[in-house]
Design a binder for this molecule. Structure first.
Ligand code: APR
Length: 312
């Protein structure tokens, strides 16, 4: 009998529950939503199932607090942790979220030894590195969601600037998911036309700056939490690429072993995503400025990871 793929979403908060909703509504997989808070994932799952008749999906979602229910997941999305408040950087979350993400991975790995893990909890690059080390999984199956989100923010600002359809914008943002992320204008195009030919250098710099602080802008407005609509959409784009084995080329927080001059670190680079996870890492040609910026961003990740080692 045909069985739907199984996706576990850890953390039934804003990002996790919205990601779960998008996955079942798109009928990509059956979903297990798990959280440490009793009743929360069960209540949200029940509520989502009761939207199935209206939305017209046959995929199932259950809520649980028991990792046994996550057994044999194909993909595990980790959103557990605390979100930032105004004035906080993603890096300020490290001590709390390292404990949470480390514990989650220890529970997930034995129940789903063949799963692909997508980390969403912040600070993203350091949490993904931690998940890699704690799981013992091959790096091909452990990676983080950031570049898709940062690029989708970049795309929105480019479309707004040019008053053009977002469908024609192909954005590229590399590097860590922090203030030193690297929007790459000459690889960001509107239907193949580099934005450097369409937007002034001054405006591009302003758009790059807004992209780098795109998450903080939303935190400042929300005051009690951080973004979740675009983060969940970006996560589900990655889940979809894996489950459909589509080999989409997306910027993903991937384990680098010498690519771009970066060693034993997680950082956002273009990869092909498919059924085995990261099918290929693309080492594209960058100009000196962008390569330096990418390496600086990787250094920032390295500093954060050093804090993790102290924490461990
Ligand atoms: N195991 C499982 N779930 C946990 C654990 C744990 N050990 N610790 C916390 N959680 C759950 C919380 O109970 C909560 O339901 O994680 C959820 C987090 O949800 P929110 O507070 O709504 O945060 P959210 O906006 O979803 O962000 C989650 O994603 O984008 C990142 O920076 C963001 O690190 C944050 C994460």
């Amino acid at each position: 009998m045909y069985k739907n793929p199984k996706v576990t979403v850890v953390g039934a908060g804003f990002v996790g529950s919205t990601a779960a909703q998008r996955i079942v509504e798109k009928q990509l997989a059956d979903v297990v939503l798990i959280d440490i808070v009793e009743g929360l994932p069960q209540g949200k799952a029940l509520d989502m199932m009761q939207s199935a008749a209206t939305e017209g999906f046959d995929t199932k979602i259950i809520g649980t607090n028991d990792y046994k229910d996550t057994a044999n997941s194909d993909v595990v999305v980790i959103t557990a942790g605390i979100a930032r408040k105004p004035g906080m950087s993603r890096d300020d979350l490290i001590a709390t979220n390292a404990k949470i993400v480390g514990g989650v991975v220890e529970n997930i790995a034995p129940h789903s030894p063949n799963a692909i893990i997508i980390v969403v909890s912040n600070p993203l690059d350091a949490m993904t590195w931690l998940a890699f080390k704690k799981s013992g999984f091959p790096a091909q199956r452990v990676f983080g969601m950031a570049g898709v989100l940062d690029s989708s923010r970049y795309a929105r600002f480019i479309a707004e600037e040019l008053n053009c359809s977002i469908k024609d914008v192909r954005p590229m943002v590399l590097g860590g998911h922090g203030d030193s992320m690297v929007p790459v204008p000459h690889y960001s195009t509107v239907n193949g036309i580099p934005i450097t030919q369409l937007i002034s250098a001054e405006r591009i710099e302003a758009i790059n700056a807004r992209t780098r602080t795109g998450g903080a802008e939303i935190v400042g407005l929300l005051k009690t939490g951080s973004a979740y609509y675009a983060p969940s959409a970006s996560t589900v784009a990655m889940v979809e690429a894996i489950l459909l084995n589509s080999n989409r080329v997306l910027p993903v927080c991937a384990y680098l072993q010498g690519e771009y001059g970066v060693q034993d670190l997680y950082c956002g680079v273009p990869v092909a995503l498919g059924k085995d996870g990261i099918q290929k890492i693309f080492e594209i040609e960058l100009n000196e400025t962008d390569l330096k910026a990418l390496q600086k961003s990787a250094n920032d990740v390295q500093e954060l990871i050093a804090k993790l080692t102290v924490l461990a």
